[in-house]
Design a protein around this ligand. Sequence first.
Ligand code: C2E
Ligand code: CA
Ligand code: CA
Ligand code: CA
Length: 280
Amino acid sequence: AKENGRNGYFFYHIDMQQQVNERVQIEHALRTGLDNNEFYMVYQPQVNDLNQTIGFEALLRWDSHELGLVSPDRFIPITEETGLIEPLGLWVMKESFAQLKVWQDMGIPSYFQGVAINISPYQFAKEGFVQQVLEAVESIGVDPHLIDLEITEGMLVKNIPLVTSKMQALIDIGIRFSIDDFGTAYSSLRYLQYFPLDQLKIDQSFIRDLTDDPASQVIVNTILSMAGHMQLSVLAEGVETDREKNILQTLGCKRFQGYYFARPLDKDMATRFLFENTSL
Ligand code: C2E
Ligand code: CA
Ligand code: CA
Ligand code: CA
């Protein structure tokens, strides 16, 4: 008998199986990765309208002995489901603080505002999170005013009093908060006013469409004017071309990050980028 869409089902099935296998492989490799020193951080420059390096976003890299380089988009969700994000997130924080301390001791330029670290919602939700940050800041001796924690909109809708009190405890020592991937979860836009935020990072999907989609220009424009009223800074992510940068600048955006300025750099290249202000 002739089966309807037999190939479709067959390939779908194989695909599912492959995905499951890959997941199991990644999960297995992750469990030994931290002990084996398979992780390292890279730092992507954030620049202002004067082309000064005002910060770096710390991004995690995993060069697995078993699997080779695996993208964070593939392994972070697995660390979140398995709880491995806890030790890994703590490692990311300490590693980034230690690097920041190196830069701090070298005498950073006055316009440099520090390092942004991605915080997983699972990590933030943990009871000991605030204490972990405070302890790491203390033991590493890093200036908390140079720390920017990137959180996502989704995190804000859960338990407003608890989330704000955790944020406030860190803001009290000078740490700043940015909303990452802003604009991808419209539902929580109205919650923004309740939180002590410093910056919105416009998601790269809007930047990507900027040059040929008038709707994206309207959205970016709206974000910029809303943020202006709320005294929030705005950083555009994923800027890849001169045209994108120019449109953003015309719309009043003053902070940028993306391949047009620099790729994520290893710590030595980032150091040179910061202190020699060279374009690599
Ligand atoms: P994200 O926080 O939105 O990070 C920005 C991503 O966009 C990075 O990918 C960066 O390399 C990439 N990117 C930067 N500029 C451009 C550009 O001009 N064009 C394009 N196409 N891409 C650009 P990456 O490093 O692969 O990270 C992917 C995601 O993984 C991050 O998205 C973040 O959600 C997560 N992630 C990375 N490192 C960490 C970490 O240390 N902790 C946690 N919890 N999540 C992390
Ligand atoms: Ca981020
Ligand atoms: Ca982002
Ligand atoms: Ca992202």
